[in-house]
Structures are given as C-alpha cells and as structure tokens.
Write a protein that binds this ligand. Structure first.
Ligand SMILES: NC(=O)c1ccc[n+]([C@@H]2O[C@H](COP(=O)([O-])OP(=O)(O)OC[C@H]3O[C@@H](n4cnc5c(N)ncnc54)[C@H](O)[C@@H]3O)[C@@H](O)[C@H]2O)c1
Length: 260
C-alpha cells in the first residue's frame, strides 16, 4: 500500500533552517523531513549560505523549498518572512521556531546587554514570528507551531540565560496553545537533550561525546534527526489531538543521569 506524504499540501516555515557546522543541525534536519513528507518549506536563516545548503539537500531529493534571509529578532523581518511564505506558496500551516543560541554564565557574571540578546534571540523571536504566522494560519484553515526549547529549561546547569530563555518557552507554548485552540492552531514544544548536532559540534572532543552518550539510560548518542522526527510528528495531522505539550527528546536523560 502506498502511503500519503505526512505533510502533503502543507506550507511550512522553519527558522534557523541552516546549520552552523558540517554536522547535521536540528533546523536543517526538520526542513529536510518536512520537504520529504510533501511540505513546501520556507527556509529562514540570517546566514544565506547556510540556508542555501539546506535548500540544495532538499532539491537533491526532489523537494520544494526556498530561502528567505531574515533576522528573527526583528519584527518587520518576521512580518516579511510570513508574507514571503504566502506570496510563494499561497498559504501557511506550520511554523517551526528553531532558532536558538547558547547563553552561558550565572546572574553574577552576565552583562545586561548579553542577557537581553539571549532573550531576544531565543524567546522574543518566537513571539514575533508567531504574531504574524497565526493570522496567516487562520486564513489557511488552521495549523501547528513547534517551538524548540531544551532540557536546560527543566535541568539548569551553569547556563542561566539559556535556561531562563528556554524555560519561558514552555509557558509561552501552553499560553499560545490555549489562546489559539479555537483558531484550530496547535502549539507544542520540544526539549532536546544532549544530542550531537551542529550547534554543539564545534570543538567537542570524542571523549566528551562518549560522556554525553553514556549519560542517558539508553546509552545512545542522539542527533538532529531524533529531534526532527519529533518536530515532524507534532507538525503533522497525526498529532491533531496533541497541544500544549513539552516533549523531551533526550534518551531519558532528564529522568536518570549522573550528576556532575
Ligand atoms: N544538542 C543540541 O543541539 C540542542 C539541545 C537543546 C536545544 N537545542 C536547540 O536547537 C536549536 C538549534 O538547533 P540547530 O541544530 O538548528 O542549531 P544551529 O546553530 O546549527 O543552526 C541554527 C541556525 O539559526 C541561524 N540563526 C541564528 N540566529 C538567527 C537569527 N537571529 N535569525 C535567523 N536565523 C538565525 C543560524 O545562522 C544557524 O544557521 C536551538 O533552539 C537550540 O537551543 C539544541
């Protein structure tokens, strides 16, 4: 029996659709899976060549996507990226808010400007993209938003700006889910664990990768595909009765792992 692509006739926006290293990234993997499952994907990134590499990977598989260069901390650019999806593909059903950066330090160490920068990139960007995507989704008959948080939200460890920005994504997700359920829009978030991805690959030793692999009950090294498959499920109609969920994808590490 031939199965239907899981995102057939859907239009998706992925933010942070490029990858900062040659290792596969979460936004890149989600973009590839969405396109593989039939979605038309707007690949948003503030670094054009990164998004272009994702586009090349999608087109090599026969998928449909295009690049839109934007900084998601800027409201006008968020409005423009939603308009670009509508202009290019005619509707909008999926928003994958993937952009996020590290934010190390304690409150005693982090300058206010750095604190504000992390909040702007990791948290406010999701509010700005959603602000313009939601009306477009309503016009398109409903949709799904997937916000990328982190297990750092529920397991703090020396990265307080990151933890707080990622933690706030959980109530943001829940509030948006309640606010927009009557609009036929589901809102969920993913909490990735210590996966080996483009975001963390730079400078990580083989020994550290092994420590991270051993940290989880499964003793399996996670990667961007693990995160992206969760995003695909939450974005698809298979999750039609799932909203306001914060889903760890972490090999079980938040339940049981050695503490330093
Ligand atoms: N182990 C992990 O990798 C891990 C764990 C927990 C959470 N996460 C989350 O996963 C997400 C990132 O995953 P990734 O693998 O795609 O990361 P990545 O850093 O490889 O790619 C993110 C992309 O976002 C782009 N970007 C950064 N700031 C931007 C901005 N202001 N506007 C537009 N684009 C911007 C970058 O250019 C980059 O191409 C983040 O939200 C991160 O917190 C990752």
């Amino acid at each position: 029996m031939t199965r239907q692509p899981r995102l057939q006739n859907k239009v998706a926006i992925v933010t942070g659709a490029g990858a900062r290293a040659d290792v596969m990234g979460n936004g890149k993997a989600a973009s590839i899976l969405f396109a593989r499952e039939g979605a038309k994907v707007l690949l948003v990134d503030n670094v054009e060549e990164r998004a272009t590499k994702t586009l090349e990977a999608i087109e090599a598989e026969g998928g449909v996507a295009s690049v839109f260069v934007a900084d998601v901390t800027d409201e006008a650019q968020c409005r423009n990226l939603v308009q670009a999806a509508l202009d290019r593909y005619g509707s909008l059903h999926i928003l994958h808010n993937n952009v996020g950066i590290n934010g190390p330090g304690r409150v005693t160490e982090v300058p206010q400007s750095e604190w504000n920068r992390i909040m702007s990139i990791n948290l406010t960007s999701m509010i700005l993209t959603s602000k313009y995507a939601i009306p477009a989704m309503i016009d398109s008959g409903g949709g799904a938003i997937v916000n990328v948080s982190s297990i750092s939200a529920i397991r703090p460890r020396g990265m307080t700006p990151y933890t707080v920005s990622k933690g706030a994504i959980i109530p943001l997700t829940q509030a948006m889910a309640i606010d927009h359920a009557p609009d036929g829009i589901r809102v969920n978030c993913i909490l990735p664990g210590p996966a080996y991805t483009s975001m963390v690959a730079g400078g990580m030793s083989t020994d550290m990768r092994e420590v991270r692999r051993q940290a989880s009950p499964l003793k399996v090294e996670g990667n961007s595909w693990d995160i992206a498959y969760a995003a695909l499920y939450l974005a698809s109609d298979e999750a039609r009765w799932v909203t306001a969920v914060a889903l760890p994808v972490d090999g079980g590490v938040t339940i049981d792992s050695p503490r330093r």
